[in-house]
Ligand binder design. Structure first.
Ligand code: NI
Length: 181
C-alpha cells in the first residue's frame, strides 16, 4: 500500500467535476488498491475524510472514518470506515448549522461554514452494492464537505464572512481557554 501525496488548493484537479465510477470497475484489483491507499493516506494525515480527487484521482470516490474519542474535531460520534462511490446527496431539512471546517487540501486553515444538518446519501459501497445512509449534525457536514470535493468545490467556497477564515494555530490558541473550563 502507498501513502499518496495530498494535493492542495491551487491544483486544478481539485476544481474538476470527478468522473462517475462504473459498478463493474469497483471489483477491479486496482480500485481496491486505491481504496486501501486512501485509507492509509487518511490515517497518515490524521483526517476524518478523504476524496479521491485529493490524491489526484478525479473519480467519484470518497471515504469517511471518524474514530471514537477525542480528535482535532473534539469529541465526535464515531463512524466506521465508510466508502462512497457515486454518492448522491439529498437535503432532508434545510435547517443549517455552522462548524469550523478544515481540509487536508487547505492545510493550516479553518473556516466557519454553514450547511444543512439532515441529509440522505445514496451511493455504492466498496462491493458495488447500492446503499443509503441518513446523517444528522456534524456527520451531515462531513459528508457534504467530502462530496463537494467530487464536484470541484472546497469548503472555502461556502464561507459567508471572510473574517471567519483563519489560521488553525491562531484558532487553536483561542479555543484552549474554553476547553480548560
Ligand atoms: Ni476536504
Amino acid at each position: 500500500m502507498t501513502i499518496h501525496r495530498i494535493i492542495k488548493m491551487g491544483h486544478p484537479t481539485l476544481r474538476q467535476v470527478a468522473q462517475q465510477v462504473k459498478r463493474e470497475d469497483i471489483d477491479r484489483a486496482d480500485m481496491q488498491v486505491l481504496i486501501a491507499d486512501m485509507v492509509e493516506t487518511l490515517h497518515d494525515a490524521g483526517g476524518i475524510g478523504l476524496a479521491a480527487p485529493q490524491i489526484n484521482q478525479p473519480i467519484q470516490l470518497a471515504i469517511i472514518e471518524v474514530p471514537g474519542g477525542p480528535s482535532r474535531y473534539g469529541h465526535l460520534e464515531p463512524i466506521p470506515l465508510t466508502v462512497f462511490f457515486n454518492p448522491v446527496l439529498t437535503v432532508l431539512d434545510d435547517a443549517e448549522a455552522g462548524y469550523w471546517e478544515g481540509c487536508l487540501s487547505v492545510p493550516g486553515l479553518r473556516g466557519f461554514v454553514f450547511r444543512p444538518q439532515h441529509v440522505r446519501v445514496d451511493y455504492m459501497d466498496t462491493a458495488g452494492n447500492e446503499a443509503a445512509l441518513e446523517l444528522q449534525g456534524f456527520l451531515a457536514t462531513v459528508v457534504q464537505h467530502e462530496f463537494d470535493h467530487l464536484a470541484g468545490r472546497l469548503y472555502v467556497d461556502h464561507i459567508r464572512d471572510m473574517s471567519q477564515l483563519v489560521f488553525e494555530d491562531e484558532w487553536l490558541a483561542q479555543q484552549e481557554p474554553a476547553e480548560a473550563d
